[in-house]
Design a protein around this ligand. Sequence first.
Ligand code: PBG
Length: 323
Amino acid sequence: MSAFPATRLRRLRRTSGLRDLVRETRLDLDDFVMPLFVCCGQGVARPLEGLPAIAQLSVDELLREADECASLGISAVLLFGIPEEKDEEASGAYDDDGIVQRALRALRERFPELVLLTDVCLCEYTSHGHCGVIRDGEVDNDETLELIARTAVSHAEAGADAVCPSDMMDGRVGAVRSALDDAGCEHTPIVAYSAKYASAFYGPFREAAESAPSFGDRRGYQMDPANVREALREVALDVSEGADAVMVKPALPYLDVIRAVRERFDVPVAAYNVSGEYAMVKAAAARGWLDERQAALESLTAIKRSGADLVISYWTKELAQWL
Ligand code: PBG
């Protein structure tokens, strides 16, 4: 490359037309997934303080929301359930008449084209808020596997297009794959939350999903934020157990992890732009400290630039309007 003054990188930045021509990363709504929270009852649309513009919705309201998403051109949603009752064994998670299962049946019938993803975890369904069953004060890995697998099968049977295990138990992808296959759901893909970190940025979500652990924290099963080589091991294991796509979560504080996974593996890589990442910008924008649209577009572009193929983001609906 010849140096200044022959080379002037500002030449291609002069007009928006020129900038458009040489832009390396573009946002395409088809790559985005909108998370939705479904709760019991009728006519319920309960706004969430920590997640502005997002609400817990009963199935009837969820149908309205899905209709709006579909008409905005959104192609995929990720469902989270808030059950009426919680217990030690998370029975609401794998109940055929559970909240997510009912939502899936209703959505499947009305929106045959909408891609329905489900978060497969027990934390919204356990009375203690941990992602598995507790034995001797700890989350028991192997006992949890069976319940995670049952949950995934019940979602697939109710109409999920793909299941997303987010519990971080060892061996869960293999357990889910073989349970799905045994149930005749061999065509249901697994999008594994492979590198899911024990993050402070899940704060607002735990209010939304009513899933904060009542004792201790999730550091015994979710990853240490300091580790990236370990993330690659997690991804390798999940791929070997049958993950069809893998996920890194959160996104913005872990762009290096997304990049490392992208470079090492050829499976689709998803990134979860989590509740705290969204809430921080919303809160600052509400105070007039930054421009929400610009900050959101910059954040989402950064996530794509780091190598993510698909992005789960609470901004998906707004993005559809911005693009
Ligand atoms: C369930 C789950 C969590 C999130 C997605 N799935 C919470 C957690 O692990 O505590 C967080 C999503 C977000 O913060 O937006 N285990």
